[in-house]
Ligand binder design. Structure first.
Ligand SMILES: Cc1cc2nc3c(=O)[nH]c(=O)nc-3n(C[C@H](O)[C@H](O)[C@H](O)COP(=O)(O)O)c2cc1C
Length: 230
């Protein structure tokens, strides 16, 4: 794949360029991708995380670290092989999922919205400003959204999969978001963080808040943060 190399990271240029043009962003923003640190390694066993996983809706006022966010994003869609295969399975490796993050309280990051670039393991800044209150309104006022340090928004470009599998591809995308969400759940559990898969929201309002490209559909909102009672 054609890549655009810059001093602080490698951006998969064609994908981001197309995406960001769709988001109304400029090429300058493509060049300011923020490389993420290595994902945090917890050493917690998979058996423990499965046993302990629970949906958490109340978060403390704490910030999360960039290492923690890195681990969460890597679990969702990180590239885990030299040939580009990712942490979550994908029908025909078509990879229709795009992970956005609305940040409020993450160390070293300005409040704003970001797009995760799996190939570069980097964050592409999209817009400045805390959008969590707006996201909460789009999610029927669920308070777990605005009280979290960050909200992961899993969205999909269905055409990447339906262009290969036709109508059947639509089901594949919905199945796939479950794989990514479960990875996020288990990784948060291993890190001592909490999350909840939020499916009750107005698609169009979430898309507006995130300024998603026209063909992108938001599928899950996942607030992440330290559980309030820990
Ligand atoms: C498709 C789907 C949609 C969900 N939507 C919401 C939601 O909008 N708000 C919420 O608080 N929890 C939501 N949940 C989380 C469930 O309420 C939760 O998984 C369930 O209560 C079981 O609890 P547990 O996850 O702790 O095992 C959703 C879960 C799924 C699978």
């Amino acid at each position: 794949m054609l890549r655009y190399r810059k001093s602080n990271g490698i951006v998969s240029f064609p994908l981001l360029f197309v995406l960001l043009m769709g988001c109304g962003a400029s090429q300058a923003q493509v060049l300011s991708a923020i490389p993420l640190p290595e994902p945090l390694v917890t050493g917690v066993t998979i058996e423990e995380t499965i046993q302990d996983r629970r949906s958490i809706r109340n978060y403390s006022d704490s910030w999360i670290t960039l290492e923690e966010l890195s681990g969460i994003l890597f679990a969702a869609q990180g590239v885990t092989s030299p040939t580009g295969f990712r942490a979550a399975p994908s029908a025909g490796a078509t990879y229709p999922l795009f992970i956005f993050v609305a940040v409020s309280r993450v160390d070293s990051l300005l409040a704003g919205t970001y797009l995760y670039d799996p190939n570069a393991h980097a964050l592409v800044p999209l817009a400045e400003g805390d959008r969590l209150a707006e996201l909460e309104q789009a999610a029927l006022g669920q308070s777990c959204i605005s009280s979290a340090p960050a909200v992961i928004v899993i969205s999909a470009d269905f055409s990447r999969t339906t262009s290969v599998y036709g109508e059947r591809g639509e089901s594949y995308v919905y199945i796939e978001v479950g794989h990514a969400a479960q990875n996020i759940y288990l990784t948060c559990t291993a890190m001592g963080l909490g999350t909840v898969a939020v499916g009750a929201f107005h698609d169009n309002r979430v898309a507006e808040v995130l300024e998603l490209p026209d063909d992108f559909i938001p599928l899950y909102l996942m607030p992440v943060g330290e559980p309030a009672d820990s």
